[in-house]
Design a protein around this ligand. Structure first.
Ligand code: SF4
Length: 426
């Protein structure tokens, strides 16, 4: 980024956006990105390589790799076949980190990125592509899975390949023993895939038992990067802070996800206070949450679902803006996190799993309910819920959650929330 871009402040950014036609960007997205008009948004011409006209989001080094990634990553959990305009606009701002998976949008996330790359092969090296090995329990399955993703993405390699849970049909690693309990086969496969230049970096995604997973990974030199839940809430957690520090010391790159830290959607006075505080500071609440995480320089990038131009532009504005959050701002987050903790599951599943060995899916159920209540992803929430083994699902309403509730550090009313999940998701 040149010096002029570095000096951009919020006012200049808004002016730049205005001069470049913010209205036309929005109009373009709103009028062309309708799901029934996929052809209307297709680029007629491949993207031309040219000097960026728009300010570019800052970049940060990814752990001990020599790769720099933009500090804002496009979470492409949506249908990118029908929404190519977001990919194109993301590139204009330098949002060149694209996070996908074969399971996102029923396969239409990888396929849409593949469509873009097929049309714009000259852009491949500029984009940092991340995809994931969902549902692979063996090395052989992982190998096949990677080949399938490469085909769909129209690329010979991915920049970062993330494994998920290798035992349950779950997305996200929750038991770090799975990295090493196969007599070194996974490690050897990673090296082999790198030698064949199919992957540049390797790691995993986690939103359950994150601190344990990060701490374990910090001792494994072959883990390059981790995508982890991290937010103003988890920044208050001492175990998580130690784990982040261990990763930084070991050079493991960290990408934060779920930075908005939504819990179950309950409007409280605390929410209003938070909103008002940051509006007075000139940010939306969502922008402030991203800024809080990026103020932690150990985090290389924040991955955020950006399936429309409005969200993309708002997030880009947040990361381009140079204003630092003050001690008072961070204290506001701290107080808000404490006051609203009983609506947020922190993913410390080892606690409730141990209290409920017969129903070890509480943290998943809390997350699926959050997808339903706060993300509005009702179908995805139901699909994931349906994957819980039927013998567990059938006993959910007959289980006594009182011990887990007593031990839960977030004081979640687990029994009540499980009942709500069963009524909405079953
Ligand atoms: S329900 Fe409570 S103990 Fe279980 S993962 Fe969530 S916050 Fe942790």
């Amino acid at each position: 980024m040149n010096e002029k871009q570095n000096k951009i402040d919020r006012r200049n950014f808004l002016k730049t956006v205005g001069a470049a036609g913010f209205g036309s960007i929005l109009t373009s997205a709103q009028t062309k990105a309708g799901p029934n008009e996929p052809n209307a948004i297709e680029p007629n011409e491949p993207e031309k390589e040219q000097e960026p006209k728009m300010p570019q989001v800052p970049r940060r080094k990814l752990g001990k790799t020599d790769i720099e990634v933009p500090c804002l990553a496009l979470g492409a959990t949506f249908n990118t076949i029908e929404n190519q305009v977001v990919l194109r606009k993301a590139l204009e701002w330098g949002v060149t980190y694209w996070d996908t998976a074969d399971t996102y949008a029923g396969g239409n996330s990888e396929a849409g990125i593949g469509k873009f790359l097929e049309k714009n092969p000259q852009m491949r090296e500029k984009i940092f592509i991340v995809t994931k090995a969902f549902g692979t329990k063996t090395i052989e399955e992982t190998e096949v899975h990677l080949h399938t993703s490469l085909r769909k993405l129209h690329t010979r390699y991915v920049d970062l390949y993330l494994i998920m849970d290798r035992e349950k049909d779950e997305h996200g690693l929750s038991d770090p023993d799975q990295l090493t309990n196969d007599k070194g086969r996974l490690e050897r496969w990673v090296k082999f895939a790198k030698r064949r230049k199919m992957i540049r970096c390797f790691g995993f995604s986690t939103h359950k038992n994150m601190a344990k997973c990060l701490t374990a990974a910090s001792k494994l030199y072959w883990i390059d990067a981790i995508m982890t839940s991290y937010s103003f809430r988890l920044m208050q957690d001492a175990e998580m802070q130690d784990a982040v520090a261990a990763c930084q010391e070991a050079g493991v790159g960290l990408i934060a996800m779920k930075t908005q830290a939504f819990g179950q959607k309950v409007e409280t006075d605390e929410d209003k206070k938070l909103l008002e505080h940051f509006l007075q500071r000139g940010f939306t609440e969502g922008q402030a949450k991203i800024k809080a995480v990026l103020q932690d320089k150990r985090i290389s990038s924040v991955c955020s679902k950006m399936d429309n131009i409005g969200t993309l532009t708002s997030n880009v504005a947040a990361v381009l803006d140079k204003t630092e959050l003050t001690r008072e701002d961070l204290d506001v987050f701290k107080r808000y996190a404490a006051a609203t903790c009983s609506g947020y599951c922190a993913g410390c599943a080892h606690i409730c799993d141990r209290a409920l060995p017969e129903a070890p899916y509480v943290s998943e159920i809390m997350r699926y309910l959050m997808y339903y209540n706060s993300y509005g992803e009702k179908d995805r929430a139901r699909e994931l819920f349906a994957k819980i083994p039927s013998q567990v699902r059938n006993n959910l309403l007959g289980t006594d959650y009182s011990v887990a509730e007593l031990r839960c550090p977030q004081q979640l009313p687990i029994g009540k929330l499980v009942a709500e999940a069963v009524s909405k998701l079953a």
